[in-house]
Design a protein around this ligand. Structure first.
Ligand code: NAP
Length: 302
């Protein structure tokens, strides 16, 4: 049995592993895909102390190496269930089961889908959720971004530098994202903003070749021919597999205070899947430190 299992190898989870190892606890980190999580998609981090510029990939590699060098164990498995057996917790994964005295859930969040027919089928064939990862494939082509938050605005600005034409499709007539970004976009000649509209159909042969957008007020349908559609309509916390042991708020975030406790003793939450007001790299790592400190205390007091 491990002292602590950390579910999720993003910045919160890996920081938790560092803190737990520094307290001499045995630690297993379970990561479903690649360590780093969402920050892997960020080309340039410039708001995290120490380095003025670092890519999300390099940042993740460094934290991973740091956690490994301190003795944290990593396994690439997806946690699908959590069981409380009193004196221990069992994390069930797609490959087996692992036991620990305490568990930190640092599962982050996943891309929210648009929910249009064939969206999943067309991922990698015209539909993308990451402009910085896939934008280069659409150099000098026509693309659309859907959403009105900072991610959508920043994605549209990024793509406007690469693509011939960028449509920004938003379901309202004002943006949730910052005015500065919105004003920058409005000044770009190759950007067309389509307000009050929803993407209602994806038209494809082998690849996506057009979309239909429906005006929310008039019901008018417009067809836009394009090569790529970037969906940036927010994220959903990845807590559902653990809802038997933790409380969720109305948006699915784990209800917990700054101490990262949940309603189940020995189960803690850290990072973007926790209910909080600011979701940034620095708050994720802060959560990791806090959750690990509380988990260590729990293990020591057992
Ligand atoms: P977000 O702020 O939640 O925005 C999501 C956007 O998608 C909203 O405009 C929303 O419309 C729209 N939307 C949601 N569901 C939709 C649907 N089914 N169909 C069409 N549109 C839909 O998400 P985000 O942009 O990913 O940002 C997440 C957080 O990270 C925010 O706090 C943001 O400020 C932050 N962030 C910061 C930076 C930065 O500081 N540089 C960069 C990126 C993100 P409504 O507005 O109508 O709800």
């Amino acid at each position: 049995m491990y002292d602590i299992i950390v579910v999720g190898g993003g910045p919160a989870g890996m920081t938790a592993a560092i803190y737990a190892r520094r307290a001499s606890k045995s630690v297993l980190v379970l990561e479903a895909l690649s360590c780093g999580g969402q920050i892997l998609n960020t080309p340039d981090i410039e708001n995290y102390p120490v380095e003025a510029h670092i890519s999300g990939f390099d940042f993740s590699q460094k934290v991973y190496e740091q956690a490994k060098s301190l003795g944290a164990e990593f396994k690439f498995e997806k946690a699908v269930e959590l069981k409380d057996e009193g004196d221990g917790k069992v994390v069930v994964t797609n490959k087996g089961e692992h036991r620990a005295k305490a568990v930190i859930l640092a599962t982050g969040s996943a891309n929210r889908k648009l929910g249009v027919e064939d969206e999943d089928k067309l991922v990698g064939r015209g539909v993308s959720y990451c402009a910085t990862c896939d934008g280069n494939f659409y150099r000098k082509k026509t693309v659309a971004v859907v959403g009105g938050g900072n991610t959508a605005l920043e994605d549209a600005l990024y793509l406007a530098d690469l693509c011939q034409k960028v449509y920004l499709i938003h379901r309202r007539d004002s943006f949730r994202g910052d005015d500065t970004n919105a004003e920058r976009l409005k000044a770009r000649e190759n950007v067309e903003i389509v307000y009050n509209a929803n993407v209602t159909k994806l038209i494809a042969e082998k690849k996506l070749k057009a979309i239909e957008v429906t005006d929310k007020n008039t019901g008018d349908v417009r067809t836009i021919e394009l090569n790529g559609l970037f969906v940036a309509v927010g994220r959903v916390p990845e807590n559902n597999n653990f809802a038997n042991l933790i409380d969720l708020d109305s948006s699915g975030y784990a209800a917990s205070g700054e101490d990262c406790h949940t309603r189940t003793p020995g189960v803690f939450v850290a990072g973007d899947n926790r209910a909080k007001t600011l979701r940034q790299l620095v708050t994720a790592t802060a959560d990791g430190a806090m959750a690990a400190t509380e988990a260590v205390k729990f293990v020591n007091e057992r």
